[in-house]
Every structure is written in structure tokens, then in C-alpha cells.
Design a protein around this ligand. Structure first.
Ligand code: PEP
Ligand code: MG
Length: 757
């Protein structure tokens, strides 16, 4: 049965549109389960009913006309209960509704299973039989499994179908929206530009062909280059392979001929799609067809086709004479947004970011916040390859992406955008005023940096220091490890720009969701794996070069602090500290005029929370990385949109840990700062100030908002708020209380999103 299941799922993913998906589904299920009827009902948002979309066995006239609302008839009951209903005699059930047009009175037994996606009932799968019998457990289990596996594909097909296609027949432009995770707040209105990693077939965007003849020409040129490559490899291996194996190369060459893949691609280009998009469609369709074959040898050919497709794509991309065009209001759309991609768009043109993968604490989102670019992460249902050139509206407060917005929605968001600009201008007046409470308590507000653009933004907003410089960011935008000299220059620009204010440089923190293309780390569980200090202690040559570069950059400035990430055990601090000491000695011996700088540790692993007093005795300062600390305390991957609702910095357990760290470290007389995102939310910042944090480090965008909140409150009132919060046991309730208090102070914790309708 597993094989049948796999085949149906693959068939569905192969179907070009929703109609084919549902037609194929009812046929395959009826055949697999040997039933007389199989039908699919899907939700129609326009009239809030479930429509019979396809059926094998019921009267064909009923398709498209039978509609049932939740609670109406047996199908409606499945929707209402969101669970399977399995009946021997359907017409005797009180909820049974006789629908003449379907002709279903002939069928006695009924099994209906809901299709659920993200907790919403998208539709219902129904099988029926004349024979009076209950469908058995294995049949029910089969349908439930199938429905769970298909829900995503159906949602995707629905969304893609409503969009209309580029280069295809004109379809009406329908306003659509997709839910994601708020990554960086704010509103953006602009045009989608899809950005794809090189030679990745899956993420090639749809674009119109433009000059059709030229597209065909460049496709044939790429094809010829791949043919030459195949012939070359074949020749070079000729002596080592048996003739049977050698014949495989002829198979590859035939696959590329006009009466095979090439012909189909050209046909699609003629219909108006650009060569890369046409290639993607044809290759992926064939890959799916082959991987569904029963014969193991033929199934294997799917890999060959994909490989050939990738090679042709690489040549097409190399020869692409159409550089990506960025409009003045570009919204970058990617399958997986990476920090390096942010740099690909001229900064004055980039207004928003959308990523299918990742969540609000992914590093791409953190950087977007530091640049103040509205961002939506984890929009898992977005057919992103179809977003190129589409008009988009991003609501970075609620995490919604609107595609092809209507005039009313657009106008509403234009109004919010104008309000935002006015508020930002107002906050700018605080630049030179101190971050001091009404009763005179001063909390230094520092910034988190990583990108070059952060520097000027931070200074403009009146930052008093850098609490976290993520040194891995400049490493990520390169093709190999930067030399000591290059690193020295990069670090010097940070130290100099902020001198004499403190600059806290974190040693390389790669791993997790921060990869270096030239130093790949493959792990099943990267957030629990080789990360941060674990990597650098295993590679002293990388660590030493970095520390030496930092120390040399600090010569004559003396505002450097070195910080160690992802520390779990005391011996890691001792070892790193010993190496820093060695670097200092080496440089002094080489004649540099340097002193050992302050060295601190990030507390971002629960183990470090419990050993914080011992840690404090070894270091000059402590900084809490609440992004990771929350991830590890709550056992929620900060990068996974599926569990993003569970990631909450206001969880009582997180707040308890944060208070514990500051109290314990202070017992050893060691200053404590915090550089997680919580410090950049006005409500979070007030709680942290009340806990006794000595400084707060945040993205430059939010600094003025946090300063405004601090300037409007007495420390004693913030302490009273903290007391109230610490007595509560639910993160949601805590957040509501904070939002209310912030509103009373006249500070927006987060803006209220506009939800139309
Ligand atoms: C943290 O974990 O809170 C932190 C500041 O470091 P990063 O977000 O870079 O992991
Ligand atoms: Mg961290």
C-alpha cells in the first residue's frame, strides 16, 4: 500500500493545475481502494462553502454545483468535527442530506476524511460504496495518510492556479494572500524579484520570454555545450568502461535531442516562457514521471535527467545577457533568503524581503531588522517562482504577503506607510538625548552590527557602543576565508567609527543557519551541532588569525572587547582565553603596541545559565544571547516556521533564566548586557532594564523606539511591571499585558496590522 501511496502523491505533485490534481486524485483513489465512488470537496472562500470539485462515481453534472457549508450534510459534518466519519448506512445518519443531482442514494457506505492544512480544513475526501459495510481500519488509515500528505500540495495548486500564468492565456488578476512569520516589521509595497541560487532547477522563476528567437537560440547553444561535455567525458572514460556502460552516454545524448527534452522546451519557449523557466518545467515533469516508474532501472534515470537539466541551466545562466532588473521598489523573493542575498540589490531599491523558508530569528531576518527592511519569513505556501514582476504588499507586523493587491488594500497600506515615516522622523529627534528613565536611571543602548551599512545607521541613531559585532557576516559574503590583513581592515573600520565607545566583537559564530560556502558543514541537527566556539576551538588556525586581526585593528584605539559565542563548558573559556593570551604575547613580541582587551562570554546555552557564577569569575563581562537561549530552553528551532508560534522570548521560563543570569553574575561584580532581539522590543527592553541589565544591545532600527520607552517611565514603575510579569505563567498573557502597558505609555510595542475584511 505504501507504494500506491507514494505513486499517488507523486502523480499529484506532477499535475499542472488544481483541476488535474483533483481529477487525478479521485481516479487514483477509486482504483487503489476499489470503491465505486471517490469525490473531493474543496473550500470556496467566496461563499464559505465546500464545493464538489471532482468525482468518479457520482453524476458528473453535480460537479461544481453541489455546495455544502460547514455542518451541512455528512461532508459538512466532517468539516465541523475535523475528523473522519465512517458509516455503514449513510442515509440513516441524522446529518445525511439528500442531494438529488449527485445520484448518491445508490451508495450505502460512506467514509469522509478532512484535508487539513495549517489547522484549516481545506476540503474533504469521500469514498462511497453500494455494499452495506463499514470501511475497514486499513482503508481509513490509508485515506487519512493520503489526505495528510496531500494537503500541502492541494493548497499549493490552489494558490498557483489563482495566480494565472506568465506567458499563458490571460487570467483575471485575483488578490491573494499568504501567511508567513513576521521577520522585520514595517510595510512594503513593490514588485517581486525572485532570486535563485545558481544551477538550482527548482528555484528558477517564471519570466516572460521577451525575444523568443533569442531565447531559443541561447537554449540551443547551452544544449550544444552540454553535448560537448558529455562527449568529452565519454571519450575520456572510453578505455575504462565496458561497452554496456559506455552506451549510457549515448542515452544521455539522445535525451537532449529535439524529439525528446529539447523539443518540449522549445515548444514552451514559443508559448512565451523564457528558456530557463521552460527548461525547469520540462525537466521537473520528466523527473517526476521517471521517479514514479515501477522499473528500478528507469526510476534511476530521473537522476540523469535532473543532472542534465542542471548542466543546461548552468550554461544558460552563464550566458544570460538579461541581468536581473531591480525596480525602484524591489521586493526580493527567495526560497531561502541568505545574508549574502541582501547585498545583491542596490540598497536604495530594496523595500522588502520574502523567504519561503526560515523564521523570525533566522539570521537573514535579524539582518533585515538591522537594516529596517520589512520582511516576511516562512511563507511556506507561496508559489515563489511565480512572483517575479508581480505587485506585492508586505505586512511585516502580521507576517502576511498580499499578491496583486486591489486598490482598496493598496490605499490602506499606503496610509500605514506614511504614518510609519512620520513616526520615524519624530523618533529621530531623540538622537542626542540620553536613554534615561524619568527618575534618572541611565541604561546604555548599544547596537548589533554585521553589515557595513549598520555603522552609519547606528551612529545616526545615537548608539553608545556596539554590543555585538557578528564577525561571521563579512565571512559569509566571500569565497574563502579572509586573510589576517583583510580582517584587520574590516575590524578597524568598526572600532574607528565608534571610538572611544566600546565595540564588542564576537569570534566567528558559524554553524546552525550560518553557513560559509567555502567551509560546508553537513549535519542532521545543525543547531545542536558544530557551532560557534566548538568550530573555532577545533580550528585554532582560524581562531588565532581572527583574534590577531582584532588585536591589531585595536592598536591605538583601545575600545575592543572580545566575546565568545555558544559556550557550554568552562574548559572552552579557558582554552579560548589561553589562545587570546598567546596572540597578545605573539603580537607584543612582533613589536605591536597592544594590551589584552576585555574578554567576555555569551550566555546562550542553558548549561551556561546554571554555571554563570563560575563563568563570571573567568571573564570581564557577560552578554546574554537570548535568541539562542530561548531556542534551547524552549526546544524550538529558531529557523523553523512550523514551530514559530512556540518560540516566544516572553515565555516565563525564558524570563526566569534571564533574571537568574543577571543576579548571579552581579554577585561576582561582573557587568551583564544582552544582545538578543528581545532587547530591541520596547516592552522587552523595559523588563530587562528592571532586571538590572547594565546595557542593552539591539538592531539600530529599533533603538529610537526603545529609547523613547525608557525616557517615558520611572525605573520603579518598570520594576513593578517586572514583578507583575514574573508572577504570571503564560507567555501570551504576558505579551498582552506588555502591549497594553506600552500603549498606555504611548509607545508601540508592535504596530497593529491592517487586516482587511
Ligand atoms: C543570540 O543568540 O541571542 C545572539 C545574539 O546571537 P545570534 O542571534 O547571532 O545567534
Ligand atoms: Mg546566538
Amino acid at each position: 500500500m505504501l507504494e500506491v501511496l507514494r505513486k499517488i502523491v507523486q502523480e499529484v505533485s506532477l499535475a499542472p493545475d488544481l483541476k488535474s490534481v483533483v481529477d487525478m486524485l479521485v481516479q487514483s483513489i477509486r482504483q487503489a481502494m476499489q470503491t465505486q465512488v471517490c469525490s473531493v470537496y474543496l473550500f470556496d472562500a467566496e461563499d464559505h462553502s465546500y464545493v464538489l470539485m471532482a468525482s468518479e462515481g457520482l453524476n458528473k453534472e453535480a460537479i461544481g454545483s453541489v455546495r455544502l457549508s460547514a455542518g451541512e450534510g455528512l461532508v459538512g459534518l466532517v468539516v465541523q468535527r475535523a475528523e473522519p466519519i465512517n458509516l455503514e448506512k449513510a442515509d440513516e445518519h441524522p446529518a445525511f442530506k439528500y442531494l438529488e443531482s449527485t445520484g448518491e442514494e445508490r451508495f450505502s457506505s460512506f467514509l469522509g476524511v478532512p484535508i487539513i492544512h495549517h489547522r484549516d480544513v481545506l476540503g474533504v475526501l469521500v469514498v462511497q460504496q453500494k455494499e452495506q459495510r463499514r470501511f475497514d481500519e486499513s482503508e481509513e488509515a490509508f485515506l487519512v495518510t493520503l489526505s495528510a500528505q496531500l494537503a500541502g500540495a492541494i493548497a499549493h495548486a490552489e494558490a498557483t492556479g489563482s495566480l494565472g500564468s506568465i506567458g499563458g492565456p490571460e487570467k483575471p488578476q485575483i488578490e491573494l494572500h499568504f501567511e508567513g512569520v513576521a521577520g522585520s516589521s514595517g510595510v512594503a509595497i513593490g514588485q517581486g524579484v525572485v532570486i535563485a541560487p545558481p544551477a538550482d532547477l527548482n528555484s528558477v522563476p517564471d519570466k516572460p520570454a521577451g525575444d523568443i528567437d533569442r531565447e531559443i537560440e541561447s537554449f540551443y547553444a547551452a544544449l550544444e555545450q552540454v553535448r560537448n561535455d558529455v562527449r568529452e567525458v565519454s571519450l575520456s572514460l572510453a578505455k575504462r568502461l565496458r561497452s554496456q556502460e559506455q552506451a549510457l552516454f549515448d542515452v544521455y545524448l539522445r535525451m537532449l535531442e529535439d524529439n525528446a527534452l529539447a523539443g518540449e522546451v522549445v515548444e514552451r519557449i514559443r508559448k512565451g516562457l523564457w528558456a530557463q523557466g521552460a527548461l525547469r518545467e520540462v525537466v521537473l515533469e520528466h523527473v517526476r514521471k521517471f521517479s514514479m516508474m515501477d522499473d528500478a532501472y528507469l526510476r534511476e534515470r530521473a537522476t540523469d535527467i535532473r543532472d542534465l537539466g542542471r548542466r543546461v541551466l548552468a550554461y544558460l545562466q552563464e550566458a544570460n545577457t538579461r541581468p536581473t532588473e531591480f525596480t525602484d521598489t524591489t521586493i526580493l523573493v527567495a526560497d531561502e533568503l541568505t545574508p549574502a542575498m541582501l547585498g545583491e540589490v542596490p540598497s536604495d531599491k530594496l523595500v522588502g524581503l520574502v523567504s519561503v523558508h526560515g523564521s523570525s530569528n533566522s539570521h537573514a531576518a535579524i539582518l533585515a531588522r538591522s537594516l529596517g527592511i520589512p520582511t516576511i519569513m516562512g511563507v511556506v505556501d507561496l508559489p515563489y517562482t511565480k512572483m517575479d514582476g508581480r505587485e506585492l504588499v508586505l505586512d511585516g507586523y502580521s507576517g502576511r504577503v498580499y499578491v496583486q493587491p486591489g486598490p482598496e488594500l493598496r490605499k490602506a497600506y499606503e496610509d500605514i506607510l506614511r504614518d510609519e515615516r512620520e513616526q520615524a522622523a519624530e523618533l529621530q529627534t531623540l538622537k542626542n538625548l540620553p536613554a534615561k528613565t524619568l527618575d534618572g536611571h541611565h541604561v546604555p543602548l548599544w547596537v548589533n552590527t554585521g553589515l557595513l551599512a549598520d555603522l552609519s545607521r547606528s551612529l545616526e541613531r545615537g548608539a553608545e557602543g556596539i554590543g555585538l559585532y557578528r564577525t561571521e557576516i563579512p565571512f559569509m559574503t566571500r569565497e574563502f576565508f579572509p586573510s589576517e590583513q583583510e580582517q584587520r581592515q574590516t575590524y578597524h573600520s568598526q572600532l574607528k567609527a565608534f571610538s572611544p565607545r566600546p565595540v564588542t566583537m564576537r569570534t566567528l559564530d558559524i554553524g546552525g543557519d550560518k553557513a560559509l560556502s567555502y567551509f560546508p558543514i553537513e549535519e542532521d541537527n545543525p543547531f545542536l551541532g558544530w557551532r560557534g566556539i566548538r568550530v573555532t576551538l577545533d580550528h585554532p588556525e582560524i581562531f588565532m588569525v581572527q583574534v590577531r586581526a582584532m588585536l591589531r585593528a585595536n592598536e591605538g584605539l583601545d575600545n575592543l572587547r572580545i566575546m565568545l559565542p555558544m559556550v557550554t563548558s568552562m574548559h572552552e573559556i579557558q582554552e579560548a582565553s589561553r589562545q587570546i593570551g598567546r596572540a597578545v604575547l605573539e603580537l607584543q613580541e612582533e613589536g605591536c603596541n597592544i594590551e589584552r582587551p576585555e574578554v567576555g562570554v555569551m550566555v546562550e546555552v542553558p548549561a551556561a545559565v546554571y554555571q554563570v557564577r563560575q563563568i563570571a569569575r573567568l571573564v570581564d563581562f557577560i552578554s546574554v544571547g537570548s535568541n539562542d537561549l530561548a531556542q534551547y530552553l524552549l526546544a524550538v528551532d529558531r529557523n523553523n516556521p512550523r514551530v514559530s508560534d512556540l518560540y516566544n522570548g516572553y515565555h516565563p521560563a525564558v524570563l526566569q533564566a534571564l533574571r537568574f543570569v543577571v543576579r548571579e553574575a552581579h554577585k561576582e561584580g561582573v557587568p551583564v548586557s544582552i544582545c538578543g532581539e528581545l532587547a530591541g522590543e520596547p516592552g522587552g527592553a523595559l523588563l530587562l532594564m528592571a532586571m538590572g541589565y547594565d546595557s542593552l544591545s539591539m538592531n539600530a532600527t529599533n533603538l529610537p523606539k526603545v529609547k523613547a520607552a525608557i525616557r517615558k517611565i520611572n525605573l520603579t514603575d518598570a520594576q513593578a511591571l517586572l514583578k507583575e510579569v514574573m508572577s504570571m505563567d503564560d507567555a501570551e498573557v504576558i505579551q498582552q499585558l506588555i502591549a497594553r502597558r506600552m500603549a498606555e505609555l504611548g509607545v508601540s510595542q508592535r504596530y497593529l496590522p491592517f487586516i482587511p475584511g
